[in-house]
Design a protein around this ligand. Sequence first.
Ligand SMILES: [Mn+2]
Length: 362
Amino acid sequence: MKIIHCADLHLDSKMETNLNKEQAAERKQELFATFLRMIDLAHEEGVGVIIIAGDLFDTADYEQKRIKNRVLETIESNGDIDFIYLRGNHDKSDFFGSLENKPDNLKLFDDDKWEAFRYGNVLITGMVFSPKNKGTNIYDKLVLKEEDINLVVLHGQESHYKAKNDGELIAIKDLQNKYIDYLALGHIHEYKCERLDNRGVYCYSGCLEGRGFDECGEKGCVLLDIGENGIESRFVPLSKRIFHEVSVDISECTSEKDIRDAIEAKIHDVVKPKDLLKIVLVGEIGEELNVDIAYQLQFIEDKYYFVKMYNHTKLKIDYMSYRNDISLKGEFIRYIEKLDISEEEKSKVILTGIRALAGREI
Ligand SMILES: [Mn+2]
């Protein structure tokens, strides 16, 4: 039996951070297209169940109802696949739970008890975290059988302290030695799979598409193949575009052309034209090196879907060599040194002042 585990789709996200209106609208469509591509993958692989471990939606906003209806239609038109859905902290509106006619292949977890769906010897159990069960020990009530293949679905932040259900915290220790084979988690937007105990693993599938530079790298779902030898799982990248944050050390650069080359060398093999890119220039540079972000951006901004660049370099400058100069620079340094401010602040003021006196960008 094959199962897909996904989470954190946030399908109705506005996607407006970083992007202009057109791109945001396009990304929103892409978010849904990737959800559909995952369903295509399910068909290609003969997957019978898709587990959605929370945050299928992003807001409870009524305006977003179109997307919710689109999901509903999609589930209805893929009747050969069961969609087992556990609400996450973003899925506030329990849209599916309030439906009059819920499709048969849409299975929902509840927040008042552990609910389970059985496929032969495979049992998929889960519970929604909500104010209703907050503070209660939900883990004691989770009783599984050794002879089943047990998948457990939850949405929250992993915690390694032994703790009662504290809302959105998943007490990993409380879930050990309960015959769990695979703990399917949502909430963290990056793929992660770790050992739970001698028997099982716990896994965050991550989101399907990055939505910002805090969600860099490949995104996708987990494909589980349950056979004679237990569960084999692998991460399947699905995202249309990838967010990249690349830091480029320009300490060795002595010209603007050098900077351009250093950037190019760092991104050339890694970033594809369809991707989103954030470049951070770092390192210690001489005061004679001109770091002009707008100028450097010109060479790359048309090559990628989205590019932004920051200058986080520090000036490497032995400003003390000017302190005895009979010049405006020397006078400035001597003046700042007498001020009643911290050494760190003095250094910052001096560096900024020297740049200003040299007529450079500050
Ligand atoms: Mn979440």
